[in-house]
Design a protein around this ligand. Structure first.
Ligand code: BES
Ligand code: ZN
Ligand code: ZN
Length: 499
């Protein structure tokens, strides 16, 4: 847990704040605002000098550190790209770049205004939120296993010069903390973040008014009829957990939204074992469950007036003397039989039970699941978007909208009935793989669809977005914490839609 913790708002002038570092955003057009001109004037013209010399072009995320004898010893210029192309997500990026550059210069305190806010059409609250999210998420580092933390500088505090929305800052801090919590959970290895650990994190999250946590162990959930989940968990000695969080923000009303997450704390593939190259990355196979935890953690603090359920199926997928074998047949919670032809397509098995359990026991108005379900989605969309598919066009549209607003983009894939032909079983009702080489991501969705009944449902495949091998402006390489900002934005939209 290392990230920017203190965000203050000040109505004082920048030069009274004795900034260790002053951040200035500049568009490519290099049109100076009154704020820029004031800084320039009080700093001996250092900005206009560097601009005239052509040292800085203003391209998005370009940086130039300048030194002055004025009120701020250092001024960091951050490029914001072309003014007409500026967006909320570019603002997040600029903020993240500023935080990272400050840290690289071993600077722990920053003063800044929110740059470019007049250019954006969004409200001051939304703009303030995006900027603070960018700063906190950009400052994030996972240092838990570094013995020598002295080497690492993490930004400690930011002072934002008015106008800033206090509400926006507050929400950004809550949301970003939840994202960093998810990044941490995912970054920990599988010998630390076990299903038991995920369950205990859920119990901790439930320590707020209105939140309840229920955890079922192996014997209990198998007895309840969750044989598909049981089949995946057979090969491991690490105790599996079915974890439920239940938040009541509107007593007496029905459950409006349920989030369901894939929590495979390590995916070896089981008997259909994976190649060893990159297998270590399969510690990230719990990112769906972690996203649900992150959403529920923030829900507990933001307290929306809705009833929300979070469900997580958590287990390792291991080979072993008791492990499920290709061809084995099990009966899921909703009574459908499944032929398990590939034990590496385990995510859809645990979700089959989790989705049908939530559908039957909570009957939510909307049900959304997050899962690192298929390698095929990385082929289709790369790392830039999660795939969404489901049974309700309206819900999917709201998810796409939430994706744009949050910066966690989502792209819609079809789930036409014809795709269900591919997962029809030979001897059982369904099989857990589609036709080789054909629409692998959609086959996963078509399989899940068999277990949701008539609930309005969407499946979000985050296998390409849950972690990256490259640094980005507001996320270091590693787990991204995807799903938290998307899910919370979706709750916002759905509550307006009468959730
Ligand atoms: N956890 C994997 C999906 C995955 C692969 C996520 C690569 C991130 C990166 C999932 O359990 C899996 O192994 N899926 C198989 C399904 C196949 C056997 C139908 C896959 O994608 O190869
Ligand atoms: Zn797998
Ligand atoms: Zn998996």
């Amino acid at each position: 847990m290392a990230y920017l913790k203190t965000v203050k708002i000040s109505r004082r002038a920048w030069h009274d704040l004795e900034p260790e570092l002053l951040v200035l955003g500049l568009f490519q057009e290099q049109n100076l605002s009154p704020f820029h001109r004031d800084v320039d004037a009080r700093s001996g013209g250092v900005l206009s000098d560097r601009l005239a010399a052509g040292d800085f072009s203003g391209k998005l995320n370009e940086t130039l550190m300048v030194y002055s004898t004025g009120p701020a010893r250092r001024i960091l210029m951050v490029g914001m790209g072309k003014q007409e192309e500026f967006t909320l997500d570019r603002l997040r990026q600029v903020a993240g770049t500023a935080a990272k550059t400050a840290q690289a210069g071993r600077i722990t305190q920053v003063v800044t205004e929110i740059p470019g806010r007049e250019t954006l059409k969004e409200t001051l609250e939304t703009v303030s939120r995006a900027f603070v999210e960018g700063m906190i998420l950009g400052s994030y580092k996972f240092l838990d296993y570094k013995s020598d933390q002295e080497e690492e500088t993490v930004l400690q505090s930011v002072v934002l010069i008015h106008p800033v929305s206090r509400k926006g800052v507050h929400r950004a801090v809550t949301v970003s903390e939840a994202v960093c919590f998810v990044r941490d959970l995912a970054a920990h290895p599988s010998n630390v973040v076990t299903p038991t650990r995920l369950a205990s994190e859920a119990r901790r999250i439930a320590r707020v008014p209105g939140m309840k946590c229920t955890v079922f162990g192996r014997q209990q959930f198998v007895k309840m009829g969750m044989e598909a989940f049981g089949a995946v968990a057979r090969g491991t000695d690490e105790p599996p957990k079915f974890v439920l969080l239940h938040y009541t923000g509107r007593p007496g009303a029905e459950t409006s939204v349920a989030f369901v997450g894939k929590g495979i704390t390590f995916d070896t593939g089981g008997i259909s074992i994976k190649r060893s190259k990159s297998m270590h990355e399969m510690k990230f196979d719990m990112c769906g469950a972690a996203a649900v935890l992150g959403v529920m953690k923030a829900v507990g603090q933001l307290k929306p007036e809705m009833n929300i359920v979070g469900a997580m199926a958590c287990t390792e997928n291991m080979p072993g003397g008791h492990a499920t074998k290709p061809g084995d047949i099990v009966r899921a919670y909703n009574g459908k039989t499944i032929e398990i032809l590939n034990t590496d397509a385990e995510g859809r098995l645990i979700l089959a039970d989790a989705l049908s359990y939530v559908a039957k026991n909570f009957n939510p108005r909307w049900m959304v699941n997050f899962a690192t379900l298929t390698g095929a989605v990385v082929v289709a969309l790369g790392h830039w978007a999660s795939a969404v598919m489901g049974s309700d066009e309206t819900l999917i549209q709201e998810i796409m909208k939430a994706g744009e607003l949050s910066g966690e983009r989502v792209w819609h894939l079809p789930l036409w009935d014809e795709y269900s032909e591919d997962i029809k079983g030979k001897v059982a009702d369904v099989k857990n793989i589609g036709s080789p080489g054909q629409a692998g991501t959609i086959a996963g969705g078509a399989f899940l669809k068999e277990f949701v009944g008539d609930i309005s449902w969407a499946h979000i495949d985050i296998a390409g977005t849950a972690w990256w091998d490259k640094d980005r402006p507001y996320a270091p390489s590693g787990p991204s914490g995807v799903g938290v900002r998307l899910g919370l934005e979706l709750l916002n939209l759905l509550s307006r839609a009468g959730g």
